[in-house]
Design a protein around this ligand. Structure first.
Ligand code: CA
Length: 389
């Protein structure tokens, strides 16, 4: 359990925590338990219904079904030869965000993180992320914000009908990726990237892994090229792992996620950042020092600015937040810049470029605290081969 000191530190860091809770929290009002059922072959919704279950999603890209089941049915189905696994649908919970909202700048301001990774140098050579589709899996995006253009999206949050942001976190993340290059507010890393709001976390920042998977499915179906995930969990999910692998290896989507705020201990990288198909991003400050709370471990791939980051916020406002949640979209934006120079690169080629061009910090070459180093957009795009004619 978190002690009070650490809990407060996490609050300050404003990072999403997925708390995985046992049966009680997974239980629905009808005493059914929210689960994800993996099948060895084709998913079989009729089998779920025949055991008194209610089907929430039949996934398209992995052989799995999200459902709620009476507890005795779970035991019975675990013995069924059609079924590979049954796991709890993890509940997702966010720490409430601090909401400092200083008045908008009179003129456009380039946030320190965007300058630090040298994104403006990339714009000067003609690449601003144009035409690259970026899915922000989060609390939605403020669709009326004057400093953002939201191209489309979807909501998977029960009780909502819009991907508009009712929390603020998703709008902040989106602005880091692609706030518009105009005369107001801030500018993002890739100001011409196409933002899609995929709402998987609700107003309180709560959601379900089953909804996150549905959001990734939407991203595959709708041709997204990059998925940004500023949330994490300390518990593994076979279904989420399979879905990330499918998006990366089959659909060719670059997946970027916040490493987590469980540092400075060893082996503290969260899921989904921990999966090998996902780029795990830790947080650095203005002096390129890693944040104390930034998660560490062998899965950490890169670091990026994540302390005191000024960006767009819900209600057409702006605010300053800290967390690996803010570091992740600096890498997402950099991926958009790379792909706007050469959209035919594979996800693994994009990762290679990011790793080779990162600014080496900490111990020489790769280390568990900074990964390959702090992302450098200018060096990354310079190392990107031009699109073949
Ligand atoms: Ca702007």
């Amino acid at each position: 359990m978190l002690n009070i000191k650490k809990g407060f530190a996490l609050f300050l860091a404003s990072i999403f925590i997925l708390s995985i809770t046992p049966f009680v929290a997974g239980a629905t009002p009808s005493n059914k338990v929210a689960v994800i059922v993996g099948f060895k072959q084709e998913p079989n919704p009729q089998l779920i219904r025949s055991h008194g279950g209610e089907v929430k999603y039949v996934y398209r890209y992995i052989p799995a079904i999200a459902a709620s089941l009476p507890p005795p049915a779970i035991d019975a189905l675990r013995k069924n030869p059609e079924i590979a696994y049954i796991e709890l649908d993890h509940e997702v919970r966010a720490i409430p965000l601090a909401k400092p909202t200083p008045p908008p700048q009179p003129a456009q301001n380039t946030p320190w993180g965007v300058a630090k990774i040298e994104a403006p140098k990339v714009w000067n050579v003609g690449y601003k992320g144009a035409g690259v589709k970026v899915a922000i899996l989060d609390t939605g995006i403020d669709t009326k914000h004057p400093d953002l253009t939201v191209m489309g999206g979807a909501t998977f949050v029960k009780g909502t009908r819009s991907y508009n942001d009712d929390n603020g976190h998703g709008t902040h993340v989106a602005g880091i990726v692609a706030a518009l290059d105009n005369s107001i507010g801030v500018v993002g890393v890739a100001p011409e990237a196409e933002l899609y709001a995929v709402k998987v976390l609700n107003k309180q920042g709560s959601g379900w892994v089953s909804d996150v998977i549905a959001g990734i499915e939407w991203s595959i179906t709708n041709g997204m090229q990059v998925i940004s995930m500023s949330f994490g969990s300390t518990s593994d999910s076979q279904a989420l792992h399979d879905e990330c692998d499918k998006a990366y290896y089959i659909a060719g989507i670059v997946l970027v996620a916040a490493a987590g705020n469980d540092g400075p201990g060893e082996n503290t990288v969260n899921y989904p950042a921990k999966y090998s198909s996902v780029i795990a991003v830790g947080a650095t400050d203005e002096n390129d020092n890693v944040a104390d709370w930034s998660s560490r471990g062998p899965e950490l791939e890169l670091t990026a600015p994540g302390v005191n980051i000024y960006s767009t916020y819900k209600g057409s406002t702006y605010g300053t937040l800290s967390g690996t949640s803010m570091a992740c979209p600096h890498v997402t934006g950099t991926v958009a810049l790379i792909l706007s120079k050469n959209p035919s690169l594979t996800p693994s080629e994009v990762r290679g470029i990011l790793q080779q061009t990162a600014v080496d910090l900490g111990q020489p070459r790769y280390d568990l605290t900074y990964g390959y180093g702090r992302v450098n957009a200018s060096a990354a795009v310079a190392a990107t081969p031009s699109r073949s004619p």
